[in-house]
Design a binder for this molecule. Structure first.
Ligand code: PLP
Length: 383
């Protein structure tokens, strides 16, 4: 098979060599991390090392990192009325989520349907801060969940500003930071988040591991998975030591990320797109975006056929929501940004990562030129 090029890093990143090695070592162990014997303590050591590495990635304290099976589970754990701040037992009365959140946040977690309110975004995909202020005036103890950066458009939310607004309203802020680490700086204190979710497989760790990170005085009184007392009682179930060890190794490696390099390659790609296809529409281009993501289309394109054509040319790209790929549905992100459905149906996402090369960017542009000319010609002939 000819060499393939991978541009779907926002869906999942390749496993880093450091993570593979850490997992291999962990799989050679036998102990249950809850056991007191030497075998158990060896497994525990790997988990605690990983906790330290994940905590360092996001500027948190080790004890405030809880390992979960995914960011989806971390989100579901965080989105509960039972959040205590500074020891005060006051249930959160409403949940506010932005319209461009991941489905695991949009689902509202453990809030009743009538308690969840969706906040609008601007045409660039940024949360409307005036709407947020107004919405929060309708709640005494709000929980707000806004993502750090969108997986489809790459648009980065003004989290520090949002945190100030939420603070002033005596609210709690949860940030789904899955797409942040390794691409932009992601420090829980600097962002002003109270709770944060991250995912292993977006930073080069294995799939099936995630973490919920808390600020020191924020406590979740109602764990999602109840049972044994693992993870300080917040997440029952014997830990997946190998996945956690791989996650930790990936987190340590992700701290060395070169954000600027990603931006140079993404900009090279978009410059190439614009010069070969002047009619190209790049979504969210006037907003602050992740340096590794480009979401674009040309009028008349159908994403489903474009992705297959890219694939036949040896290039992996995606469309719509990363996590529901395999089935191309209308993007709720582009709908929230007010993009016409016909244009949104053609949106193609390119996302790159630490091992992307200039040669791969050039291969991507060559494939794009082929795909766009053949598909748009077909479209014109059929019309
Ligand atoms: N949140 C965002 C913003 C995502 O992009 C994704 C996956 O793409 C998730 C949450 C879910 O992460 P996980 O695959 O670890 O459940």
């Amino acid at each position: 098979m000819a060499e393939r090029v991978y541009f779907d890093w926002n869906a999942t990143a390749p496993l880093r060599e450091e993570a593979r090695e850490a997992m291999r070592a962990a799989l050679a162990l036998t102990g249950n991390a809850s056991s007191v014997h030497a075998e158990g303590r060896a497994a525990r050591r790997l988990i605690e090392q990983a906790r330290e590495d994940v905590a360092s990635l996001v500027g948190a304290e080790n004890r405030n990192v809880t390992f979960t099976s995914s960011a989806t589970e971390a989100n579901a754990t965080a989105l509960t009325p039972a959040i205590e701040v500074g020891g005060r037992r006051e249930a959160r009365d409403r949940l506010f989520v932005s319209a461009v959140e991941h489905p695991s946040v949009l689902s509202g977690g453990r809030f009743g349907a009538g308690q969840v309110e969706v906040l609008p975004v601007t045409s660039e995909g940024v949360v409307d801060l005036d709407a947020l202020r107004l919405a929060l005036s309708r709640s005494a103890r709000p929980l707000v969940s806004v993502m750090q950066a969108n997986s489809e458009s790459g648009v980065v939310q003004p989290i520090s500003e949002i945190a100030a607004i939420v603070n002033a309203a005596h609210g709690v802020l949860h940030v789904d930071a899955v797409q942040g680490p390794g691409r932009i700086s992601c420090d829980i204190g600097a962002l002003g988040a109270d709770l944060m979710s991250i995912s292993s497989h977006k930073i080069g760790g294995p799939q099936g591991a995630g973490a919920l990170i808390r600020r020191g005085d924020v406590h979740i009184a109602d764990s999602l998975i109840k049972g044994g007392g693992q993870e300080r009682g917040l997440r029952a179930g014997t830990e997946n030591v190998a996945a956690i060890a791989g996650f930790g190794a990936a987190a340590a490696a992700a701290r060395q990320s070169d954000f600027q390099r990603l931006a140079v390659f993404r900009d090279r790609f978009e410059a190439g797109l614009r010069s070969s296809t002047p009619q190209v529409v790049i979504f969210g281009k006037n907003a602050v975006r992740l340096p590794n993501t480009s979401l674009f289309t040309v009028p008349g394109l159908k994403a489903e056929t474009a992705i297959i054509a890219f694939d036949l040319n040896g290039v992996a790209v995606s469309s719509g929501s990363a996590c529901s790929s395999g089935k191309v549905q209308a993007s709720h992100v582009l709908a929230a940004m007010g993009v016409e459905p016909a244009l949104a149906r053609g949106a193609v996402r390119v996302s790159l990562g630490w091992s992307t090369t200039e040669t791969e960017i050039d291969a991507l542009l060559t494939a794009w030129n082929k795909v766009v000319s053949s598909l748009l010609n077909k479209h014109a002939t059929a019309a």
